[in-house]
Design a binder for this molecule. Structure first.
Ligand code: CP3
Length: 342
């Protein structure tokens, strides 16, 4: 019998029309109901570690829009936090961390799953409350993207501190990658065991590396995570999102063996159709700004993705997360058009 969760059918190799659809950052500040729950939680990290509230915000966009997938509400920085690094969020600015000293790396991998237990509890609560046709996605940050924050202590426009470390002390970065690969395998396997149907590995800053760095710090660690998770959870479904990977996409897909790859909005759709989609399902790639601007430009962008990628395996999504100024009406407009309103 065909899987009732349409998104999983695409991950398992089918082409579906209309394609399943969800949105990165679909639970977030553009939703008034998210802002209300967020205000109750206290700090952003408190929200990530409060199973009842995190379950509520995970379900909000499903109730409102009926997406084909829910994504666990948490953050990629809970891994460094659970490894013992100091992490906090400054309102209106973003994450802050006490920068890690690569030569000393005083992390505590032994307590990872104990500290992440509330997030795993959120996964099982969400699964028990989701409609049966809605897939549940777990996730983690890829080692390289985590390292950009762990080394710089904050988000940076060009990931300069981590790129510099990767050139000056590549074996120090390798040691940190090793810790993060093991942590990611434990964490993703626990999410799958708790009821996640698939997991996504967010490598937001993959595009910042040169060719050598991309192989060493993006492809190799991701390959080890995918293999490690599948050794624990046979046939585990994994979506990779190496943002900015461009011409590296075919190698990334071939080497890592992901079931789908996320495509950012800068990618050439002809290239993706001809050189990536024959190997794996693709997920993307509307520019999130279209959800701010809307109108005919949004319609045209939706049509273009469907025309270029709709003949192959496609999961409709954005090319990155929706921004706080994205409009609810534009999300509804996009969904209606994807689902057949052309
Ligand atoms: O997609 C979802 O709905 C699930 C939840 C989710 C969040 N962050 C919630 C969040 C996911 C999958 C993430 C991933 C994440 N977090 C990434 C990778 C993907 C990406 O967007 O690039 C990264 C780099 C982070 C780190 C992070 N978290 C940053 C840089 C920020 C600040 C920027 C911002 O948008 O404020 C966050 C905070 C964050 N994570 C918010 C949400 C809803 C906003 C904080 C708030 O509500 O106060």
């Amino acid at each position: 019998m065909a899987n009732e969760r349409r998104l999983l059918r695409v991950l398992d190799g089918e082409r579906l029309s209309p394609p399943p659809v969800w949105m990165m950052r679909q639970a977030g500040r553009y939703l008034p109901e998210y802002r209300a729950t967020r205000a109750k939680a206290g700090s952003f990290l408190d929200l990530c570690y409060a199973p009842e509230l995190a379950t509520e915000v995970t379900l909000q966009p499903i109730r409102r829009f009926g997406f084909d997938a829910a994504i666990l509400f948490s953050d990629i920085l809970v891994i460094p936090h659970a490894l013992g690094q100091k992490v906090w969020f400054v309102e209106g600015e973003g994450p802050r961390l006490e920068p890690i000293d690569l030569s000393r790396q005083e992390l505590q991998p032994d307590r990872l799953l104990e500290r992440l237990a509330p997030v795993i509890e959120t996964v099982s609560r969400v699964r028990s409350e989701l409609p049966k046709e809605t897939a549940l996605l777990g996730f983690c940050g890829a080692p390289w993207t985590l390292i950009t924050y762990m080394v710089a202590g904050r988000g940076t426009p060009d990931q300069m501190p981590a790129r510099r470390a990767a050139l000056a002390d590549p074996s120090g970065v390798d040691r940190l990658v090793d810790v993060l690969v093991d942590a990611s395998i434990d964490y993703l396997s626990a999410q799958l065991a708790a009821g996640a149907d698939a997991v996504q590995i967010f490598d937001t800053w993959a595009g910042a590396l040169d060719d050598t760095g991309f192989w060493r710090f993006v492809i190799e660690p991701t390959k080890r995570i995918v293999a490690g998770v599948r050794a624990r959870v046979p046939n585990a479904r994994v979506i990779g999102f190496p943002k900015g990977a461009g011409g590296h996409l075919p190698a990334y897909v071939r080497e890592t063996g992901v079931n789908a790859v996320g495509i950012d909005w800068q990618a050439s759709l002809d290239f993706v159709r001809d050189s990536v989609q024959p190997q794996t399902a693709v997920q993307g790639n509307i520019d999130p700004l279209h959800l701010v601007v809307g109108g005919g430009a949004l319609d045209a962008a939706v049509d273009r993705v469907l025309d270029r990628l709709g003949e192959g395996r496609l999961i409709f999504n954005l090319g990155h997360g929706i921004t706080p100024d994205g409009s609810i009406d534009n999300v509804a407009r996009m969904l209606a058009r994807v689902r057949g309103g052309r």
